[in-house]
Write a protein that binds this ligand. Sequence first.
Ligand SMILES: O=C(CO)[C@@H](O)[C@H](O)COP(=O)(O)O
Ligand SMILES: [Fe+2]
Length: 239
Amino acid sequence: MSLLQPIVAPSILSADFANLAEECKQVLDAGADWLHVDIMDGNFVNNLTIGPPVVKCLRKHTLAYFDCHLMVNDPLKWVEIFGSVGASGYTFHLEAIEPDPQNWTRASEKVVALCKDIRLHGMKVGISIKPHTPWQALEPYILAGCVDMVLIMTVEPGFGGQKFIPETVSKVVSLRKLFPQLNIEVDGGIAPNTIEQVAKAGANIAVAGSAIFGADDRKQVISLLKQTLYEGIHSLCSE
Ligand SMILES: O=C(CO)[C@@H](O)[C@H](O)COP(=O)(O)O
Ligand SMILES: [Fe+2]
């Protein structure tokens, strides 16, 4: 019996920002489990999005899980403020703290300290990797029990609406083989035509921005993504 839950997290980056609270309510009413909040600082990635004031305002409208994805150069700097405005999960990029691939085989003290700080501020810990970072870079932190979730980017971080990179799927397969109960999230280009491959590979959490907010029937897309994740979890359990 698996403890893994299928989770669909619409990325609000593709929502109508002028109508954000209503957009969030609509996808939650349509069956979304989490809201994925992309925070970009214009340095780690070449784009600027939203920050703590928006999270704080949204928190007044919903008790939903805010899955915050920090695409920032200095993730240590923002832990306290995101904890205080109501973020539920704080996922940072390993490359922002440990940019040197030579160091990816052992646990970095800085990363471990950041993970502890996130928990101290009441949030769940996620570590994300870009498409060119090997999955093995995450292993020391999973083994040390530092993370609640890993996020495998299936596009280069920075923008919504990009094309899914199929070469990233093998990382999900490798992680799932080693860690049957790990929460594995995928993000970027996830849509009805790509969900099956990530679900079969072992992802149980799917972020989707343009595929959900751009759909005529958002409820139908959310149910399809969730059902496919569910089937993936159960097919892996029965192997
Ligand atoms: O983190 C990111 C992009 O950097 C994502 O969360 C995107 O916002 C997902 O959008 P789609 O690819 O699903 O449109
Ligand atoms: Fe994201």
